[in-house]
Design a protein around this ligand. Sequence first.
Ligand SMILES: [Zn+2]
Length: 180
Amino acid sequence: MPDASHPAPAEPPWRVGVGWDRHRLAPVAPAGEGRPLVLGGVRLESDLGPVSHSDGDALLHAVTDAILGALGLEDLGALFPDTDPDHEGRDSMEFLDRAVRLMRDAGWTLANLDAVVVLQSPKLGPRRDEIRRRLARALGAPPGRVNVKGKTGEGVDATGERRAVDAHAVTLLMRADRAS
Ligand SMILES: [Zn+2]
């Protein structure tokens, strides 16, 4: 029963989302089953690359999951099942584009994104700005709202021993009508 003293709370004008992804690394084909190493849509020179059904872009997968999470939706794996042969070798930008469309259709826009890639080598630093710009373009956001940091695994565990690449992302969405 409606209670005038406890009105339904207004929908908050902000939504936060978190995403995480990991891909196993293997020698790049034809030496092994690894795909070329691509992070944030940018190809990096590496003898090791992700083992993945899609192109294995861990950063894009984490960012896509952070947006879907902020929208309260299921994750990337539910939206694009890796059992679907259509997604074999798929460019992960298509997954992100889909999430961005869902975000816009629901009336949200990106306030900011912060992400961390954990990769022992190669170092992300020299390509960091390129990755930021590429991500910002895909998100339809000014580059200043998009941040990406590279960390090593300090030589320990799966990332440090070059057995995996990890990516973490946090997004803050705001109501699109507040953006202008
Ligand atoms: Zn992934």
